[in-house]
Design a protein around this ligand. Sequence first.
Ligand SMILES: Cc1cn([C@H]2C[C@H](O)[C@@H](COP(=O)(O)OP(=O)(O)O[C@H]3O[C@H](C)C(=O)[C@H](O)[C@H]3O)O2)c(=O)[nH]c1=O
Length: 189
Amino acid sequence: MIVKPTTIEGVYEIYPRVFEDERGYFLESFQLEKLREQGIDVPFVQDNQSFSKKGVLRGLHLQLPPYEQDKLIGVVWGSVIDVVVDVRPGSPTFGRWEAFRLDAREHKRLFVPKGMAHGFVTLEDTVFVYKCSEYYHPEAEGGIVWNDPALAIDWGTASPIVSAKDQQLPTFEEFCEKLLPKIKEFYAL
Ligand SMILES: Cc1cn([C@H]2C[C@H](O)[C@@H](COP(=O)(O)OP(=O)(O)O[C@H]3O[C@H](C)C(=O)[C@H](O)[C@H]3O)O2)c(=O)[nH]c1=O
């Protein structure tokens, strides 16, 4: 397993060792001891899986305190552009986003710590899987609208398929006005 830091502190690209033979391939998609050796030690409690047709954009989502989630993300069929936005109060990279191509043929995983708004857009029909370190709490759902003008995220498409719910997510400015204070209050910042 190779773990590479990214431009956002705490976000890592993870390259599992892939064993290929005449039958196909094998890899360890999750191995806690090896992650711990790399400083990634979170209590994953829930696995999620979604299928999205080509051109679907899900996000940007996060769960607010006290139910924030670390995520270990992978694409097992298809490919996506995956985006994380740092919304941790006081982070030196607050408001920065980074995009990562995840392709089932390359097996790369992505570790996304708490405090990140997260989303992806599919480049083809895709099965997306991820481990979460906190259970689903709909009452704690937060997010930022995908095409926020201040973040100006380059998704590679101007007309993705987005749910009505996600189209109505707050802008980054509204997030900072209404939700960031709650996060700061939780951390007594
Ligand atoms: C996230 C979640 C959803 N649900 C139910 C709630 C809805 O009835 C249905 C679809 O939920 P939603 O439209 O929020 O699913 P996504 O748009 O894929 O949400 C995810 O999208 C981005 C990419 C993320 O990173 C988040 O983990 C997650 O919010 O599944 C559950 O029962 N449990 C869950 O953990």
